[in-house]
Design a protein around this ligand. Structure first.
Ligand SMILES: [Zn+2]
Length: 427
């Protein structure tokens, strides 16, 4: 009898423990780190971050967060947690090595999304050149099993020879499920012709009819003002011809437009005129094929870039682009991190770190550069469930050994990356 009761109690106890453990299966508590949460808040020392089924369950000081029974505890004392970086302007496409047409397919896209993820870039907003395989990967990512970077897609960069053709192409992208409409208003430093301005007005009108924001590739201040008047939503590159003026600042402020500088895109146009310093950076070398470095280091290639009028113009205008970042940030404009990585020699993952470093060089504080790369970027691209470490958001974040808020170059000290609470594999 006693034995039966004991067994019954033991069984009950076993069941109780099993059920309560089951209730917290897939719950991980990261304990003891300084947490930078991607919001306007100051970093939280000795914090606890609890992730359940891929999403943030709670975050706060160790003294206030109760660890759920059965949670797996990861001791991250003395370390730093920041949200996954969001590249508000990148490309996930056909590049393989230095070949821009190596193949647009699922395997190549997954390779690139893994690469971004290993560098702590947990979301990339692919602004153009996206085909069915990219949309498919976007559709598959809303799961607690994810362990590669998230992708959002714009579809094709819209062009057309009439307003109707433009509207049709916007519709084609919208029907595929695009998150954005991307358009270029640019003459490539005088080498090509821009579409007539009414085409852009038709494009914005059609995109907004389909409830899609418009991201604009541009170069000139005058085009930027025109596109703001036409109600475009996101400025996807720096204004590089002139310093921004008060009229522009007022227009952006009134409309709440986001500005994505893509400073490293400028760097990529001219930096291979000689051997860049980062060719010796272990954080770069850990992911790049030696053959790519070799190819970029050939004297013929370097002298071609040194003699390229467009490369040298972009180089000469980079200080203007950087000055504009500082001016706009100081004026309270939302600046989102973006790089235009993806095309050959714009290195996915590594360049997002370089971009943050350059944003600090342009006058932002390290913490603001991190906000621009996380919470602000999510806000700019309209994705409400990523970018900050707040309850309900996806558990996308990095653990670092050095404090990036002290020195943004500490962003290279990422030790591990989690997406939806899953550890990103090392390769
Ligand atoms: Zn781009």
């Amino acid at each position: 009898m006693i034995r039966a009761i004991t067994s019954a109690l033991a069984l009950f106890g076993f069941l109780f423990v099993s059920i309560s453990t089951l209730a917290n299966e897939g719950t991980i508590a990261f304990v003891g780190a300084t947490i930078i949460d991607g919001t306007d808040a100051e970093p939280l020392e000795d914090g606890v971050l609890v992730v359940t089924e891929g999403r943030v369950r709670s975050v706060g000081p160790r003294s206030e967060v109760t660890l759920p029974a059965g949670a797996e505890v990861v001791d991250v004392s003395g370390k730093f947690i920041m949200p996954g970086l969001i590249n508000a302007h990148g490309h996930v496409g056909a590049t393989v090595g230095l070949n821009g047409n190596g193949g647009y397919d699922r395997a190549n896209l997954l390779r690139q999304l893994g690469l971004y993820a290993r560098y702590g870039v947990t979301t990339v907003n692919s602004l153009g050149g996206d085909e069915a395989a990219g949309f498919q990967l976007r559709n598959e990512q809303f799961t607690s099993g994810l362990n590669r970077a998230r992708i959002y897609t714009a579809g094709s960069v819209v062009v057309g020879d009439s307003e109707q053709a433009i509207r049709d192409e916007v519709n084609r992208n919208a029907d595929m499920g695009a998150d954005f409409i991307k358009v270029r208003i640019d003459d490539n430093l005088g080498a090509t012709q821009k579409m007539p301005r009414p085409f852009f007005e038709a494009l914005v009108d059609q995109a907004h009819t389909r409830r899609l924001p418009v991201a604009v590739h541009l170069y000139y201040l005058d085009d930027a003002k025109f596109m703001l008047q036409a109600n475009a939503d996101i400025i996807a590159h720096s204004i590089r011809d002139l310093p921004v003026d008060q009229e522009f600042i007022n227009m952006v402020t009134e409309r709440g437009t986001c500005y994505i500088p893509t400073l490293t895109r400028e760097v990529s146009t001219f930096v291979y005129e000689s051997i860049p310093d980062f060719f010796e950076d272990p954080y770069f070398l850990k992911e790049v094929e030696p053959a790519i470095i070799e190819e970029l280091s050939t004297p013929e290639r370097m002298s071609r870039i040194a003699g390229s009028r467009s490369a040298q113009t972009y180089k000469a205008q980079l200080p203007t682009a950087m000055e504009n970042v500082g001016t706009l940030h100081n004026a309270g404009i939302r600046v989102a991190m973006g790089t235009d990585t993806g095309p050959p020699a714009r290195f996915q993952g590594y360049f997002e770190h370089m971009e943050m470093h350059m944003m600090v060089d342009a006058g932002m504080s390290p913490l603001n550069a991190i906000r621009s790369s996380t919470g602000v970027a999510a806000d700019c691209i309209g994705m409400g469930d990523i970018g900050t470490l707040e309850p309900g958001k996806w558990g996308d974040f990095s653990v670092l050994t050095e404090n990036p808020a002290d020195d943004i170059r500490n962003s290279h000290s990422i030790e591990s990356v989690y997406i939806a609470g899953n550890l990103v594999p090392n390769e």
